[in-house]
Write a protein that binds this ligand. Sequence first.
Ligand code: SF4
Ligand code: SF4
Length: 237
Amino acid sequence: MSKSILIDTTICIGCRACQVACKQWHDLPAEKTKNMGSYQNPQDLSFDTYKLVRMNEEIINGRLRWLFFAEQCRHCVDPPCLETASDETAIYRDAATGAVQYTKETQKLDADEIIESCPYNIPRKAVDGTLAKCDMCNDRIHNGMKPACVTACPTGAMQFGDRDDILALAKKRLGKVKKKFPNAMLLNPDDVSVIYLVGFDPKFYAEYAVASNDRGGISRSVALRKMMGPFARMMRV
Ligand code: SF4
Ligand code: SF4
């Protein structure tokens, strides 16, 4: 049975314990950062940062909201990055867990083409062109443990388990959350193994928070905000 993660952003407090746990488990180096006037730090994912809590401050329906979005690879059910690579020595999906794995062989691929193919803009390249991203802590899963980020979360915003159980939990949780946040939704639940529950329109959380599945399969959906530029912010869409 493949595995899934539920990330309920409505109870994420933005503590970044998941971000730190991911670095620790993968022994990834710290990166120099600078204060950009926001809680979010660092500014983006990188070859050495697989998990990032994005933070946005928004006024929605006249009320100030702090929105946290713990970004990582979604481990797509039919991963566009894998299809683009068509080289199983470089990118493959673990048959037991469903976790999408990148190897050193990604160096042979066209890195920019792989990044562009990802609906969620997740993979990042090193200077030599090798690609990296979240591996779902596949080694931990095969040893009976939960992913490091899930274990570290103090509020239970992240849950891990068999896909059917997580899908059922996500739907149940959505029903509850909708009583408080009527526009709450699950993001591409049938297409990904890392399922986000958001309380508001996904465009408020991250540019590539949700993928389009208009064309049979998931592809990049550029947020309405980006298309509308500064007008979006004025209109609060
Ligand atoms: S989210 Fe992107 S990097 Fe992750 S499996 Fe899907 S296409 Fe690949
Ligand atoms: S599942 Fe593992 S690799 Fe992926 S973000 Fe969480 S800690 Fe990092």
